[in-house]
Design a protein. Structure first.
Length: 349
């Protein structure tokens, strides 16, 4: 199944794709009103798509029977809010072969465009087996590969793996999220050296290095010639908050494509974005409060009622709220609170 031409073009040009959170009430049940509000926010902010059923949505939705309802709600709301605008719906898909195929079939039936294929939990499989696993899922719907950082359950994957994966006709993109510069360059080199270098869109998932990823023209020597490959957009948990500013950032970065230099201020801003992400993602505590940190920002904006997660053990770490306070004081231009205030009532209606 091929990706719609307009959506494929949007992916290749680069888009902001927030990783969609899960809105719960105090009983830790789905809050449909606020879940819809979040999707409307992302569309109104100018995002090019949303990713649902991913880590930020909480993998536990599969254990409590919420995968189908949450996927359906986001798809319906996104289609309604986007109107005729090109908008890419990405569904997280994980697990062994049977589970991954079931989830891909569900996502395709609900109108999703791309499966973000997680390899978490498949450490028993060789890299060759992982490529065959990805190929099987790509027979159901187009896929986006996912290099997950080891700190949250990912594994180190070789340059050869990414080269083989890039050759799959059903692969439309890769989310590069190892939080590791060496591993990130491995993926870029592999895709640049493949026969599908122009077809596979690279997206940063390195929330700790967003702006530098987007600014860098990677130049790779391939068979005596130089291939330039860029990370064109982001599929990020960080972009689940302050999304309007993220869209403005990507638009600004695109203006410097093909130019010989970029303003130093953008590099300074890159460091400030990393500082903000450290607070939201709770880097000081090895990401324990990563989901709750996203919820806390959205709670302060009024989009979510609280920071509740499906797992009661997940929540803000000691001192994390104070770190988010600091980010608000020191980097107010990275927030979009005024934009949210202006539209919140209509999104919640």
């Amino acid at each position: 199944m091929a990706l719609d031409a307009a959506k494929a073009a949007l992916l290749r040009d680069g888009a902001v794709i927030p990783a969609h959170p899960l809105a719960l009430n105090a009983e830790r049940r789905l809050d449909e009103r606020r879940q819809r509000a979040l999707t409307r926010y992302y569309v109104a902010a100018g995002a090019g798509g949303v990713a649902v059923g991913v880590h930020t949505t909480q993998f536990e939705i599969r254990k409590v029977g919420l995968l189908e309802p949450v996927l359906r709600l986001a798809a319906e709301t996104a289609d309604e809010a986007a109107g005729g605008r090109t908008f890419v719906k990405v569904a997280g898909v994980l697990g062994g072969r049977d589970q991954a195929l079931r989830e891909a079939e569900l996502a395709a039936a609900l109108g999703y465009d791309v499966a973000l294929l997680s390899l978490k939990g498949l450490d028993h499989m060789s890299e060759a087996e992982l490529v065959r696993h990805a190929e099987a899922v790509s027979q159901v719907m187009p896929i986006m590969g996912f290099y997950l950082q080891t700190a949250v359950g990912g594994r180190r994957l070789s340059h050869a793996f990414w080269r083989d994966l890039a050759e799959l006709p059903g692969l439309v993109g890769i989310k590069v999220a190892p939080f590791d510069r060496y591993a990130t360059i491995d993926v870029v080199r592999a895709v640049a050296a493949s026969s599908r270098a122009d077809d596979v869109a690279l997206y940063t998932g390195n929330d700790d290095n967003i702006v530098v990823d987007l600014l860098t023209p990677f130049r790779v020597a391939v068979d005596g010639r130089v291939v330039e490959k860029r990370i064109v957009g982001g599929l990020l948990g960080q972009w689940a908050v302050w999304t309007r500013v993220a869209v403005e950032l990507l638009e600004e970065v695109k203006r410097y494509r093909g130019q010989a230099s970029v303003p130093v201020e953008l590099l300074t801003r890159a460091a400030r974005w990393t500082d903000a992400n450290a607070a939201v993602f709770d880097a000081a505590n090895r990401f324990h409060g990563v989901i709750a940190g996203v919820h806390e920002v959205l709670r302060r904006q009024g989009l979510m009622e609280g920071t509740w997660c499906l797992d009661p053990a997940e929540g803000l770490s000691p001192g994390q709220a104070e770190e988010i306070d600091r980010v608000y004081r020191e980097h107010p231009d990275l927030t979009d609170d005024e934009f949210v205030r202006a539209h919140l009532s209509e999104w919640l209606s």
